[in-house]
Write a new protein. Structure first.
Ligand code: FEO
Length: 399
């Protein structure tokens, strides 16, 4: 594969991984992913920014050979996670004169996680610079997007910023430059939801920092390169904003249809008031779809059947996932159905507690199918959610 020149001696030397179907053994990938790596040729020195997923090291090294790369002076490591650092040992073997340039936290990680020896690492701090001759690399520490070790590398003369995972997308491509599309926006949102949303406030801070830098290009470590940085930066401004949208996300698991019938009832009533809803069948759904809707939701309504004397384990998993993804949702309601007895909501309430959600009504635990008195309680939940959404400034029908 011939490396594509991105700008003035900066080349893309990453790889598509179209076959990968899941990331972190958690996240389904609709569009595969890429592991981006960048070759920067200065007048005196050559650097590689970020390396490669370990399983693809052989192809990566062969491509360097095929492109006639005989010497690399610096390996810039923006982040220690193995999908970017995994090939450092092989690169150091191939280019024994190279030094790894990174911050202290990444250094600690790559020493313990991929076995880089300490003497091959040069530590840099925030805003430190490294000259490649006619190009200067500046390192900007950006802890929290998404590990404590993350940093950006700014190529000053070219006004190009390599942001590692931040502003990325799991999205393979034939042209390295991002073309605005619904599909790419969706992939970037799914990626944000699953990887960056738990660190929303840090993402907000660094979105503004990158905006203020007014760079010409953003070079992330997954997905296409943005020659139009405002495309991804405007999306991040929206996703990281403090104000949720007029949306209720409704994950549910229903063994005999009772919980599902209550979810459907709530959804229909909420929609009739002008509130959007997203019903999510926990058993059949794609976690990425749920995560994406959690980016915007003002309210979470969790529905669960009972297994033995507690909530269905699948609903427990979703409550835990929601708590670790830390969406900006403000309100919650809990509903469910049981057969012979037990407690549906104690554990779920504990798991959701870190989100500090305002529970809008008494959790509704119904024996078997919902009865007329249960539908009255569901109506009260609808009223409460409508009132709460109105308090956020959304215009809706209060009956
Ligand atoms: Fe793409 Fe945090 O690694």
């Amino acid at each position: 594969m011939k490396f594509q020149e991105i700008k003035n001696g900066i080349y893309y030397c990453g790889l598509n991984d179209c076959d990968r179907k899941i990331f972190d053994e958690l996240i389904p990938l609709e569009n595969g992913t890429t592991y981006n790596s960048y070759l920067v040729k200065g007048s005196e020195k050559t650097a590689i920014i970020d390396t490669m997923y370990p399983k693809m090291t052989d192809i990566y090294l062969k491509n360097l050979d095929d492109n006639g790369i005989k010497k690399v002076d610096y390996i810039i490591e923006n982040h220690g996670e193995q999908d970017h650092s995994g090939s450092i040992p092989a690169l150091l073997k191939k280019f024994p004169e190279a030094l790894v340039i990174t911050n202290a936290k990444v250094a600690e990680n790559i020493i313990s996680m991929v076995g880089v020896s300490e003497e091959k690492i040069k530590i840099v701090g925030n805003n430190d610079e490294l000259s490649l001759g006619d190009k200067t690399l500046q390192f900007i520490l950006s802890p929290g997007v998404h590990w404590p070790d993350t940093m950006f590398t700014y190529i000053k003369e070219d006004n190009v910023l390599a942001t590692c995972d931040f502003l990325g997308a799991h999205y393979t491509f034939s042209d390295v430059f991002a073309v605005k599309s619904e599909e790419l926006t969706k992939s970037a949102k799914r990626y944000y939801a699953e990887i960056m949303m738990p660190f929303r406030m840090m993402c907000k801070k660094y979105t503004q920092l990158v905006k203020d830098m007014q760079v010409d290009m953003i070079l992330p470590s997954h997905g296409p390169i943005y020659k139009n940085p405002e495309y991804i930066l405007d999306l991040y401004s929206d996703w990281t904003s403090d104000t949720p949208k007029n949306l209720v996300v409704m994950p549910y698991v229903s063994m005999y249809g009772s919980t599902e019938s209550m979810i459907n009832y709530l959804s229909d009533k909420l929609e009739s008031r002008g509130i959007k809803t997203f019903k999510y069948d926990i058993i059949d759904g794609d976690l990425g779809d749920l995560a994406m809707h959690l980016v915007d939701a003002a309210t979470i309504v969790l529905g669960t059947s009972m297994v033995l004397a507690g909530p269905h384990p699948a609903s427990v998993n979703i409550a835990y996932l929601a708590s670790v993804l830390r969406p900006k949702a403000k309100f919650a309601a809990l509903i469910g159905s049981y057969g012979w007895g037990g407690k549906l909501f104690d554990l779920i309430g504990q798991l959701l507690a870190p989100l500090k959600l305002d529970v809008v009504a008494e959790p509704l635990q119904v024996k078997g199918k919902p009865k007329p008195e249960d539908f009255k309680k569901l109506d009260l939940i609808v009223d409460s959610i409508a009132e709460k959404h109105k308090s956020l400034g959304y215009d809706m029908q209060i009956l």
